[in-house]
Design a protein around this ligand. Structure first.
Ligand code: AMP
Ligand code: ZN
Length: 666
């Protein structure tokens, strides 16, 4: 790039960045994603570094750029509010650290505090003698908006501190993700505009000229900086955070004091994934030098402190093109649309598909094939489509009228959003879905029989329902192309081995509507033989704690249906017979105890579940006060945290074995 090219590009970039600054800060309605913004900003910074002559005082790299909205009065900040320099890779973090070490003339490892970068709205609060006097937004860093009245409506901000100190407190006002989603649902219902993300919702709620509206929104505050003229009040950043907690502020608990840059990188890598389990949005990590005297020595650039830096997470949201919509028909006949996307990088992986939930959702999003769409990484594995580009109108994708698998007409059931194919007997997709489910881990657990094997057996006309699996001979498997799959031998014997399931597994595997694994277990405990289940009356079933009318009716209907009777008799003929009871009890040691399992254990979960039942215990999928024990393996999920919160005893696999042998001391 030569000088004149650079000059041209710099002008372009500044114009786009300024326009977006305004959209973001003044109107709380960003037009591009944060990631795109950061890319533009970094490009501008790179060019200015190469051609320093191009730097002007009003360049966005030289100041914190935003304006005051009409209607709020301006306040001049007592202490300037800076922005933060940021990077999106570990090399830059290391370079920052080395620069600081060099300026400090010291090669020993420095103390750093690593915090989550909360994605909300930063505010400065001034307290005199412990009383809240004034609150302001960051504005351009020198002048901000007076939002004192609105701040008083934020629950977690104390108006009186536990000590009569003079202090400026800075932090982030945010809206929990769950409250943001609820607010958007309400806004949709009331025909109001949706907020693009929790940060915009927080900013839009706080910057209301009518503070009573602010009071109705679920806003919270995490304090992350304290500034005082009294140099004795705290000497390190960590001490300042401790003081803030003591004074009555919420300080984000997920901060850590570490030594050296390697621990920082470990924490960044950890939170990059773990952040999706938090109920507030984060867009990175902030790394600060702990010693305030070293902070003072290092000082500031025109825009940001040299003693702190931010690490930005890879984008959680990204724009891409909708190339098609795949219609998949499940074992219940529900037709689900899945977005097929132009492949993009999102939060560290390549994404080609996203969830669209159902056709009402497509209608709500007003999207069609060809639209550019914003997709977002969610806690689930498959990302979801958030919205389309404004003003890109290509019409709305029309919901199908006929089943893509069998051609039958689709129907909508009262009170349900989905579209269903009701041709349950002859719809290939539904039948294949039920066969796959029969063989799945949750049901009969037939090793190696998954989607692709079922597809091949189906195409060769070898199976039409799950009972057919048991009439297959070894030669049948040799007929199908088994590249990369298990050998014919293994498949054949896995199927044969599955002929004596527990009653629970057998009932689950039948794919009876409203009868999932847990319900099947309840039924199997009361009616331990197939004959007993078949003869059960609706009242008997409804007597069982946890079984409602819907499930009971559905079970009775299933066993009265002629076609199902046929499949059941085929199963019997081929020698598939559930064992007498759910699980044979061998002792009472776990009587009255409820277990919840989380994380990865040395053997599949069902092994532990069956062991628990054999010893008289029960299992459940969620933690509550009634849970006796949580059995936790590696990488436990949120159940672990919930158990700790509720004080439920958490067992390792070893503890569990000791407990089952009566040797565990609580
Ligand atoms: P940026 O907006 O990218 O310039 O980043 C600076 C902003 O990060 C600050 O103005 C704060 O609003 C925000 N921020 C969020 N969490 C923190 C934190 N723990 N420490 C400092 N700033 C934070
Ligand atoms: Zn169909």
């Amino acid at each position: 790039m030569d000088f004149s090219e650079a000059q041209k590009r710099v002008i372009e970039l500044r114009a786009v960045i300024k326009e977006n600054n305004e959209a973001y800060y003044v109107f709380d309605a960003p037009k591009i994603t944060d990631f795109e913004y950061d890319e533009l900003y970094r490009e501008l910074k790179r060019i200015e570094e190469e051609f320093p002559l191009l730097i002007t005082p009003d360049s966005p790299t030289q100041k914190v750029g935003d304006k005051v909205i009409d209607g709020f009065t301006e306040i001049k900040h007592k202490y300037r509010l800076y922005s933060l320099d940021n990077s999106n890779n570990y090399d830059d973090l290391k370079k920052w650290y080395e620069r600081v070490q060099k300026e400090n003339n010291n090669n020993s490892e420095l103390e750093l505090v690593v915090e989550l970068k909360i994605d909300g709205l930063s505010c400065a609060l001034s307290y005199e003698n412990g009383i809240l006097k004034m609150a302001a937004t960051r504005g351009n860093g020198v002048v901000g908006e007076n939002i004192t009245e609105n701040i008083k409506a934020v629950k977690s901000i104390p108006q009186k501190l536990s000590k009569p100190v003079n202090l400026e407190v800075r932090g982030e006002v945010y809206m929990p993700v769950s409250s943001f989603e609820k607010l958007n649902e309400e806004n949709i219902e009331n025909g109001l505009k949706e907020f693009a993300n929790p940060r915009n919702a927080a900013a839009g709620s706080l910057r209301q000229l009518d503070a009573s509206i602010t009071a109705k929104r679920d806003l919270h505050f995490f304090a992350y900086t304290a500034i005082s003229d009294d140099k004795e009040l705290f000497k390190t950043h960590k001490e300042a955070l401790n003081l803030l907690s003591e004074l009555g502020f919420d300080v984000n608990p997920n901060h850590k004091l570490v030594r050296g840059i390697n621990s920082v990188i470990e924490l960044c890598a950890y939170w990059e994934n773990e952040r999706f389990n938090l109920d507030y949005a984060t867009d990175g990590m902030v790394i600060k030098i702990n010693s305030l005297s070293l902070q003072n020595e290092l000082g500031y650039t025109s825009r940001a402190p040299k003693w702190a830096t931010a690490f930005k997470f890879p984008p959680e949201e990204v724009w891409t093109r909708l190339l098609g919509i795949e219609l998949s028909v499940g074992k219940t006949g529900a037709v689900t649309p899945v977005a097929l996307l132009e492949p993009v990088q999102l939060a560290g992986s390549t994404v080609k598909r996203a969830s669209l939930h159902n056709f009402d959702e497509i209608e709500r999003l007003q999207i069609n094939i060809g639209n550019e769409v914003l997709i977002k990484k969610a806690a689930e594995i498959i990302p979801k489509v958030i919205r389309k580009r404004e003003n890109e109108n290509l019409g709305v994708y029309e919901a199908p009228k006929y089943c893509p698998s069998c051609g039958a007409e689709l129907v909508k059931f009262e009170g349900e959003v989905g579209l269903y194919c009701t041709n349950s007997l002859n719809c290939p997709a539904q039948q294949k879905g039920r066969i796959e489910y029969w063989a799945s881990k949750e049901a009969m657990d037939i090793d190696g029989v998954g989607e692709s094997i079922v597809e091949k057996l189906w195409d060769k006309n070898l199976i039409r329902d799950f009972a057919d699996l048991y009439k297959l001979k070894l030669e049948d498997f040799m007929q199908i192309d088994l590249i990369k799959e298990k050998s014919a031998d293994n498949l054949y014997s896995a199927i044969q081995k599955s002929k004596t399931p527990t009653m629970t597994r057998f009932l689950t595997a039948l794919s009876i509507k409203h009868i999932g694994k847990e319900t099947a277990d309840l039924v199997a405990n009361e009616f331990p033989t197939l004959d007993a289940v078949k003869n059960a009356q609706i009242d008997d079933l409804m007597q069982i704690n946890g079984i409602g009318e819907k499930a009971a009716k559905s079970l009775i209907e299933y066993f009265n249906n002629e076609n199902n009777k046929l499949i059941l008799s085929k199963l019997e003929e081929y020698g598939v017979k559930p064992q007498g009871s759910a699980v044979a009890k061998i002792s009472d040691i776990f009587n009255g105890k409820t277990f919840v399992i989380t994380g990865t254990l040395s053997q599949p979960r069902n092994v532990f579940e069956e062991k628990i039942k054999q010893l008289g215990g029960k299992t459940s999928s969620s933690v509550s006060k009634k849970t006796s024990y949580v059995l936790a393996g590696d990488n436990p999920g949120s159940k672990f945290d919930k158990a700790s919160d509720l004080g439920v005893i958490i067992l390792s696999e070893r503890d569990f074995i000791l407990l089952s042998e009566g040797k565990y001391n609580e």
